[in-house]
Structure formats: C-alpha cells, structure tokens
Write a protein that binds this ligand. Structure first.
Ligand code: SAM
Ligand code: SF4
Length: 333
C-alpha cells in the first residue's frame, strides 16, 4: 500500500483541511466594500493558469486537504473555469476530497449551475446583500438583481444547495434583515451575515454594523436557537425555530475565531495567505513554475508551518489599522 503523506499541520497543531482558491481577481461587479469602480487587474502572466491551479490544488489534496472552495474575484467569469471544476471533480470521485464548492456573486449561475452539479459540486455560496434591485445596483455598482435571482433559480433546479452570504451594511441593508431571513427560510437556504472588514482600505467605518446589533434585531421577531454547528471557520450558527433555517454570523472584527482555524487561502497569483487578517503570505508560484512537485510539496509544508496563531484586526487588539491592504477580490473571500 502506498504510504499516505502526513497531513498539513501548522506549528500550533492545527491541521489544514480547507483551501480557498482564488481563480481570478476579475469580476463583473464592483461592490463598494470590495473594489474601486476603476479597479485595475493583474497582468495575465502573474495569474496562475488553470493547469497550474489544478496542479497546486492537487498537491493540497494529496497533503490532506478535504475541502476546496473556488472564489475570486468572480470565479465564474474566468474563461475555461468549468474545465477546472470538471478536472477537480476527479478528487471527489476518488474519495480524496469531501467537498468542492464555490463562492459566487450569482451573475453567471444561469449558465453554469447544471455543469457545476454534473461535476460533483453539491452546494454554492451566493453573495446577495439585498433583495431590492435599486440597492443591489448601488452596492454592486454594475450588477443586476434579476440576473442573480435567475441564477439562483437555475442552481436550485440543478439540485445545488444554496447558502446566501450577506454583508451587513449600516444604513444600507439593516432594514432588510427580517426579509432576508424570511426569503431564505421559504426557500430552504442557509443565510450568513458577514461583518464588513477593513480590507484594502475598503470604505467600511461608516458602514460598519456589528452583527450583535443584527442578532438583537432578529431576536425581536424570530426565535434563534444556538447550535453547535461549526465549520472550522469564523461563523457561529443559530437555528430559526419558525423557518427551520440556519443563520450564520461571521464576526471577524468582534470575535477571535483563530484558535480553530483550519483554512488557508491561495491568491490567483499563487501566494498562500496564511491568515485573512495578516499580510504574511508565501510564494508558491515560483516553486510551482519550477516544475518539481516534490519541491512544491515542501514549499507548501513550509508555508503552512508559518501560519500565525491569529489575526490582529479585532478592535481592542491591534485596532483596525492593523488590517492588511489586500482586498478580498485578491485574497479570495
Ligand atoms: N465574487 C464572489 C462573491 O462575491 O461571492 C466571490 C469573491 S468575494 C471577494 C467573497 C465574499 O467576500 C463575498 O461574500 C463578499 O461579500 C465578501 N467581501 C468582499 N469584501 C468584503 C469586505 N470588505 N468585508 C466583508 N466581506 C467582504
Ligand atoms: Fe466582485 Fe465578489 Fe468583490 Fe463583489 S464581492 S466586487 S462580486 S469579487
């Protein structure tokens, strides 16, 4: 029997089972908290090819990664993305991978939902901050709500499970939280609220809405039962008695979730970000492009060993100024 390589473990004993892969920094939207309207994009040569992403992902799978999430930018705008999804699907069929998912703005789901399901994807996270078409336009600058809702319908028809991610924005969608819970509950979608993070200088201080406030507001109308459901990430989950749906709260600014962190993120340029809240990243593109998979494996192990104990940007720790300059579209959300 072949000897299984030791799983990737950091210096604090956390085993890394979850890789988020940003497949592009490009996107058809310009969400106000994520990208400037005139955002420039990386030169093609800096971005990993789909074959390189596949090779790198496969090294992680070999080293014990059980869950891959494709993200971006918008993963579904990358030309050829479905070839990558189909190719990575082989790790699901072999049993090496438990889950292949993606986070999407939903704008291309109408086209790709069926293909995703065929490749073995079982669920997708769709980012949707509002159900109001005008607000949707204002938040995303270039997006159209009807297209996203059509994409969500296509995903449901294809048998994909859906989780909605909504960034909580003060003065923007705080009056919609009940409607979002109701809408998701009726459709059987889980819903996660995300606190806006001060990444890359995103304009968030005026829009920052602590999720403790969202939760208190929800408790006025809904019965929220705490659950012990955990994903190894920063979300805490409750069950809504009235709808049976689950609500997650991702509060990176107000809670320390680092102790149980089992994930790392790969940028589309092949930098491994060991912690969303820190600048430190390891270059995997150089060993990848040298073509020697053994050296690449070693580079991955060395990088993971450097994973820090936790991030710095919780208020009361190092303050918000400690937030890194990378935007989510580069790091991958
Ligand atoms: N384009 C895809 C999407 O929007 O789902 C995937 C990439 S996007 C960067 C991933 C997630 O990051 C989205 O749910 C988005 O709302 C979130 N995000 C982006 N910038 C953020 C910020 N400054 N604070 C909190 N969440 C942010
Ligand atoms: Fe694009 Fe997603 Fe960033 Fe919005 S949050 S601009 S959809 S990458």
């Amino acid at each position: 029997m072949p000897v299984r390589p030791l799983p990737l473990t950091d210096s604090f004993g956390r085993t890394i089972r979850y890789l988020r892969l940003s497949v592009t920094d490009r996107c058809g939207f310009r969400c106000v908290y994520c990208m400037a309207e005139d955002a420039g994009f990386l030169p093609k040569a800096e971005v990993l090819t789909l074959e390189e992403i596949d090779r790198l992902a496969s090294v992680f799978v070999k080293l014990g990664t059980r869950k891959l999430r494709l993200t971006g930018g918008e993963p579904l705008v990358r030309p050829g993305i479905m070839d990558l999804v189909r190719s990575l699907g082989r790790h699901l069929r072999s049993g090496a991978l438990d889950e292949l998912t993606l986070t999407t703005n939903g704008s291309m789901l109408f086209k790709h939902a069926a293909g995703l399901a065929e490749a073995g994807v079982k669920r997708v996270n769709v980012s949707l901050d509002t159900l109001d078409p005008h607000k949707f336009r204002a938040i995303t600058r270039w997006g159209r709500l009807d297209k996203v809702l059509g994409g969500i319908d296509a995903a449901v028809d294809a048998g994909l499970r859906i989780k909605i991610n909504a960034v909580a924005l003060r003065g923007v969608n705080d009056d919609e939280v009940h409607r979002m819970v109701e809408w998701c509950g009726e459709r059987g979608f889980d819903l996660t609220f995300i606190e806006v993070m001060p990444l890359g200088g995103a304009p968030c201080s005026e829009q920052y809405l602590p999720l403790s406030r969202v939760r208190s507001e929800l408790e006025m109308r809904w019965t929220l039962e705490d659950t012990d459901h955990r994903t190894g990430g920063p979300a805490r989950y409750v069950r809504v008695t009235e709808t049976g749906g689950r609500i997650g709260f991702i509060t990176p600014l107000t809670h320390s979730f680092c102790e149980s962190c089992n994930r790392v993120r790969l940028t589309c340029t092949g930098m491994l970000c060991l912690c969303l809240g820190r600048e430190d990243a390891a270059d995997l593109r150089t060993p990848l492009r040298q073509g020697d998979d053994e050296r690449l494996e070693e580079a991955v192990r060395d990088a993971v060993a450097r994973k820090p104990a936790g991030h710095d940007f919780a208020p009361g720790r190092a303050g918000r100024h400690a937030a890194p300059q990378r935007r989510m579209s580069v790091t991958g959300g």
